[in-house]
Design a protein around this ligand. Structure first.
Ligand code: FES
Length: 115
């Protein structure tokens, strides 16, 4: 999947595959990741809510937050922190790299380096 020394970054899609404020779920070596383009940036967070086993990529994205559709906790895409109950623990946030230009640019994520 990834070569040694590349920081574990793996190509997940092209920039043009991501719609603004629509999460895309990818599986990186068994780690479920929600990739989201929002406010001109691309973010990657763990796709599973820290409250229960719910896929966050099935929820809404607004104001750089992803909402868990089941109970309504919202997580900041930059920090992973929940803004409200019932979730109290943050979700992991992963570093993203963009390589290239325009819609064909590669979106790379590393799940080996949580930030
Ligand atoms: S499962 Fe996400 S807030 Fe409860």
């Amino acid at each position: 999947m990834s070569a040694p020394g590349d920081g574990g970054f793996v190509r997940v899609c092209s920039l043009g595959d991501l719609e603004d404020e629509v999460a895309r779920r990818v599986d990186l070596g068994g780690v479920p990741v929600a990739v989201v383009r929002a406010e001109g940036e691309v973010f990657a967070v763990n796709d599973i809510c820290s409250h229960a086993n719910v896929s966050l990529s099935e929820g809404e994205v607004e104001d750089c937050q992803i909402e868990c559709w089941l109970h309504g906790s919202r997580f900041d895409l930059r920090t992973g922190k929940p803004s409200g109950l019932p979730a109290t623990r943050p979700i992991p946030v992963y570093p993203v790299k963009i390589e290239g230009e325009g819609p064909g640019a590669a979106v790379l994520v590393s799940v080996t380096q949580e930030s």
